[in-house]
Design a protein around this ligand. Sequence first.
Ligand SMILES: Nc1nc2c(ncn2[C@@H]2O[C@H](COP(=O)(O)OP(=O)(O)OP(=O)(O)O)[C@@H](O)[C@H]2O)c(=O)[nH]1
Ligand SMILES: [Mg+2]
Ligand SMILES: [Zn+2]
Length: 343
Amino acid sequence: MSNFSLLNLGWQTFFQQQLSLQECTDAEPMRLMHQHRDRWHLSGEAGERIVTAVPDWHVCVGDWMLLQESRPLRLLERQSVFQRRRAGNESVAQLIAVNVDTVLIVMALNHDFNLNRLERYLALINEACAEAVVVLTRADECSEIDGYVDAVQAIDSLLPVLALNALNEADVRQQLQPWCRPGRTLAVMGSSGVGKSTLSNALLGSDLQLTGGIRADDSKGRHTTTGRSLLCLDNGALLMDMPGMRELQLTQCQQGLEQTFADVGEWVAQCRFSDCQHQQEPGCAIRAALDDGRLDERRWRNYLKLQREEARNSATLAERRQAERRFAHHARTVVAQKKLLRG
Ligand SMILES: Nc1nc2c(ncn2[C@@H]2O[C@H](COP(=O)(O)OP(=O)(O)OP(=O)(O)O)[C@@H](O)[C@H]2O)c(=O)[nH]1
Ligand SMILES: [Mg+2]
Ligand SMILES: [Zn+2]
């Protein structure tokens, strides 16, 4: 695509409103389409630009920034942020994607299908106030599609669920068309090998994204996609292909969890005791819902697990921030004292 319009790059009123009058005339909004080490691939109204002298901003593909005389001026506030706890031990939040309107949660109709993981993704997406669509791939190899679709809908009856063969381009385009409106940014998330890149290629109408083979023994794919990039579709939407994520630990996601498990929250509110542990207490609405099957045991366990995980990660993050603030304060004091001494 050579002729970019800001709208087709996903520019929205939310971003426009952040510009001062001066910036409206002097600065150029550009979107980060791809990041390769210290190189930013940006797109704006005037076309593409590669910036090599990058400031040390913490950016992510999907970000909008202002440029002045070809130099990055400032980062614009994000409309949606997807983050996880960085894999490994570090208690740091890592950006996964930003400024995404719709997330396609891709799961394959084989052992990859997992409701716990789906709930995890939903918490993340709800936290970011984005829209979720569940895309079940390998429908061509599955004989009991309806059962899987019903299982997803039992979690949230309003959640759109599609079952398709990602290799069938016409079917993919037709089923996803309602979400591929001009200027809308879609991201594809899911485990490795489930067909995210295959789906992206079908939407792109070309084999731009590398796709990998799948090991027949355990139907787990290898990681084929390693970086992420934002691609323009011919219908005016934008698509972010992402690598499969082995670990997606929740952090700073309390509100997203509450929204994803709104039913559980309502039952908890109905327990007789406000500090109910939902064990043997009389008048426990959770136990009652579990007993008569209104609440699935799996869902309840997953809720508890995600709550604990979120609380643990968010706490460590907050502690770390506090330590950093203390250190910064200490450093400033030392500098000030040195100045005073020199003076
Ligand atoms: N039969 C069938 N094969 C599929 C389908 N979707 C994907 N595949 C195949 O599954 C393999 C893995 O697909 P990819 O698109 O590379 O998977 P991915 O999710 O991008 O994987 P990573 O990049 O590693 O995260 C490829 O060989 C695809 O051809 C489908 O719906 N049906
Ligand atoms: Mg891929
Ligand atoms: Zn209770």
